[in-house]
Design a protein around this ligand. Sequence first.
Ligand code: ATR
Length: 292
Amino acid sequence: VPDGSDAGGTTAAAGARVVRAVLLAHPAGHSLSPVMHDAAFAASGILGRYQAWDVPPAALAGAVARLRDDERLWGANVTVPHKEAVAALVDECTPLALRLGAVNTLLKRGGRLVGDNTDVEGFARAMAELELDLRAARAVVLGAGGAARAVVAALQDAGAHVAVANRTRERAVRLAAALASGGRVEVLHAGAVAEAVRGAALLVNTTSVGMQGGPTGSPLPEGVLPREGAVVDLVYRPRRTPLVERAAAAGLIVQDGIAMLVHQGARAFERWTGHPAPVTVMRAAVERELEP
Ligand code: ATR
């Protein structure tokens, strides 16, 4: 287990500048992961830092090779648009990453580069904060991208009845088929979304609607919300999306995207370092960064 004592620098200050983990993304500029992981390294007494690499698709193979060959690097996070493509470039994928068809974390095990996924655990931990009983509960997931796959898998594991609605229905059908081994996933027709949402104990938005700089408005028809239960939005910029504002005003339990962001990062940190993640410190670093 790396502990920073092999940091390579001759002084602690030099060691603290050694890059230990990177983000493979395109674009990478707005990521909160550097702030979050640098705070985690510092709080854990680990010499090192985290660096975002802006990697266009054509440069992905080279970036992965650099990660594999540089012994100072312990691992990486992977995000848009590389979560699927990177799976073909690693030495092996964990069963979970294979189940999802998406890799969000790279780590090294015995000289091999492994593709893993911490989004499922991240979402499960975020749900644990809400203390909902998801067994046999009805959950509606909006969206059918990579984030939706992780959310659906976590909800399947928690024993929920999962229904998915997506602008492009065909993509939701593919999601349901890909994750079928974990349990049945219902695909909602556009006309059935409102009623399913009203009856849901949990609604999760995984689309980019409401995100700063993204599509505006609500991912749901106006006025439609669960009658009771919780609304979770994976969007964290702005902290409170119009959907979350509306749900909170209706007296529903709400959660913004920070919980999932922090918990998936915490699980990645633990994979790389073998240290327990300082979750409170990581969350505070992210919240400080998101303050207006
Ligand atoms: P991620 O990996 O974060 O899930 P993604 O794979 O790009 O990102 O998925 C984005 C999701 O947001 C998709 O479900 C997308 O719907 P489509 O599959 O129809 O593209 C959804 N989305 C993006 N813009 C949207 C909009 N304006 N209205 C509704 N859904 C939208």
